[in-house]
Every structure is written in C-alpha cells, then in structure tokens.
Design a binder for this molecule. Structure first.
Ligand code: UT7
Length: 310
C-alpha cells in the first residue's frame, strides 16, 4: 500500500505587507530584500487570527478537496513552531472545530522541515494499514515571534497555512522515497528566545548544502534520475538557496516552484502552499514526479519524492 495525497488546501491572510511598507518601518530597501531573498511581499495575519484559525481554513479546504467527511479522519498532525499555546495543541483545537470525532491529534515541532516530518509520519500509519485518512497541516503565524526592529529577520517571514489529506493511493503513486535528518549542534544558528534569532550566513550555507543533497538522495532512493523530476518544491526561504538546489538537480526554471516572492518564508506552511499554487496553475499533472525538500531550525531537514495522483 502506498501513501499519497488525496486532497489539498491552503489559506493565506488577506493583508499584504510589501517591501516598500517595510522600508517605512526599518532601515532596509526593496532593492536589498528583492536581490538578497527574492521576496517582494508577504501576508501578515491580524490580531483576530491565531495559528489555529489559519490552520482551520486550510484544513477545511483540504478536506473538501479530498471529498471526505471530517469524521473519516483518523489522525491530525500539525507542523508548527508558532502554536496558539504549548497545549492544548493546534491539532486538538482543529479536531474539535472540524468535528473530526474519531481523530487522534498531535503537533510536530521540526521548524521549516515540519511538513516533511508530518507527511513521513502519516505515511507510516497509512502503509502499515493502521489509519486510512490523515490530515497533515503546515501552519505558522511567524509575525507573533518576529522582532520588527531586527531587519536581519523581519523582512524574511510571513504567515500562512497549507494542508493535505493523506491516504492510500494506487500502486506506483504517492510517496516513493523520503529522507529525514537533524543536526542539533547547529541549533545555535536559528532559534527562538522571545523572538526569532538567526545567523543568516550559517543557515544559508547549511541550507544550500543540505537541500541539494537531500533532493539528490530521495531521487536515487526512488530509483529515478534527475531528468525524471517534473517539479521541485523547495522550502521557500530564499530564492538564492532555492536556485542552488534547482541547479544541483539540473532542472530548468519552470520546473521549480516559486512562491517566496509573494508570501516570504512561511516555514512549515511553505511547501503545501506551493503545491496548491502549482496545481492551480496546471503545472502538476497526474503521474508527475515531484520532489519536495525542506530545512530549518533544529537544525532539521526532510525530503520526499512522490508520484502525483490518487
Ligand atoms: O527557514 C529557514 C530560515 N532562514 C533562512 O533561510 C535564512 C538563510 N539566510 C539567508 O537567507 C541570508 O543569509 C539572508 C537573506 C538572511 C542575508 O543575506 P546575506 O547575503 O547572507 O547577507 P548578510 O547577512 O551577509 O548581510 C549583508 C549586509 C550586512 O551589512 P554589512 O555587515 O555588510 O554592512 C547586513 O547588515 O546586509 C545587511 N542587511 C540588510 N540590509 C538592508 C541585513 N539585513 C538587511 C536588510 N536590509 N533587511
């Protein structure tokens, strides 16, 4: 039995904050942000919406898209580092709001790689025959933990949510291979005190190395070659990091998903949001090979090679 994606949804807050708006608030320029990161604007949730509210909207969309009832969900996994509070978890809040009466629920904390960890965890329960429908959400309200006086980090992040319903799919489709990893010795480069603290250059070096390596590894594990990849969906942190992994896979520009320009770095939400955007643009088709790869604080990383379709 193969685990794959049966439905998908996303939610982004309405308020757009452009680089020009940030120019008014801190010592930065649109030019610096665009050339160093590829970001043009990001979405920021207002005070009335917490992380669970963003997650709820994306989850509802994914469940509708999968064509199942909330009562059919067996497990809810929410990847986030910005939960409403340490407990109850965002996943438990969702369980109640969605009316997912028989679902177990837990949050996963693996920073920007959290969605990869969530999907791989779901795969284990599905392929063992334990559970049939698992809701995996990647969601962040990073604006809550952003120091708006620190130009090194404030220009990078955005709020948003993406969700998938996973379940058994037909042979040859779904997750073909995965890789997860961590290196706690690098925790000092990206962490939260009150706000996010980051050594950008160190994280950049790690990301360039690890994203490329993990992507290549899952392609090999799946028995594929680089030229089989139809779409690379890298964690949307910085266009320069993403470009490095695209070049490592020798893919043309149109085969890499790019949403960082519109949404900034939404951490655990960036990969599922990007999948929805590519699907809606008609750029992911039945039986396409997609490679997703994420990295983040911890340090953590994760990659998945998958053949699209139910
Ligand atoms: O999801 C994982 C989260 N984190 C990441 O993915 C971050 C990975 N790192 C990066 O994306 C990049 O390192 C950054 C975009 C954060 C920074 O780019 P960089 O090319 O590594 O720049 P830098 O840190 O080497 O800084 C260059 C200069 C510095 O000035 P000096 O010391 O050369 O005078 C910074 O103070 O740019 C300055 N600077 C800024 N200038 C204008 C830093 N932030 C800004 C800013 N506006 N917002």
């Amino acid at each position: 039995m193969n685990a794959g994606i049966k439905g998908i949804g996303r939610y982004l807050p309405e308020r757009i904050v452009t680089n020009h708006e940030l120019e008014q608030r801190m010592d930065t320029t649109d030019e610096w942000i665009r050339t160093r990161t590829g970001i043009e604007e990001r979405r920021i949730a207002d005070d009335s919406m917490n992380t669970s509210d963003l997650a709820y909207e994306a989850a509802k969309n994914a469940i509708d898209n999968a064509g199942i009832a909330p009562e059919e969900i067996d497990l809810i996994l929410v990847a986030t580092v910005t939960p409403d509070q340490p407990f109850p978890t965002v996943s438990c809040i969702l369980q109640d709001r969605l009316g997912a009466k028989k679902a177990a629920a837990m949050d996963i904390s693996a920073a920007c790689a959290g969605f990869m960890y969530g999907m791989v965890t779901a795969k284990q329960f599905i392929e063992s025959g334990t559970y049939k429908h698992i809701l995996v959400v990647g969601v962040e309200k990073l604006s809550k933990i952003t120091d708006w006086n620190d130009r090194n980090t404030a220009v990078l992040f955005g709020d948003g949510a993406g969700a998938v319903v996973m379940g058994p799919v037909s042979e040859g489709r779904g997750i073909l291979a995965f890789e997860l990893g961590s290196d706690g010795s690098g925790g000092k480069h990206l962490y939260q005190e009150e706000y996010i603290v980051m050594n950008g250059r160190e994280v950049f070096k790690f990301a360039v190395r690890q994203m490329g390596e993990s992507a290549v590894n899952v392609i090999e594990k799946a028995g594929l070659s680089k030229s089989d990849v139809d779409m690379l969906i890298p964690h949307q942190a910085n266009i320069r990091i993403m470009e490095a992994s695209r070049q490592r896979l020798e893919l043309p520009e149109e085969k890499m998903s790019k949403t960082v320009n519109k949404y900034g770095n939404t951490s655990a939400a960036s990969i599922p949001i990007s999948i929805v955007e590519e699907l809606e643009a008609g750029k992911i088709k039945e039986d396409d090979v997609i490679v997703m790869v994420g990295f983040g604080g911890g340090l953590t990383w994760g990659a998945i090679a998958m053949r699209w379709g139910k």
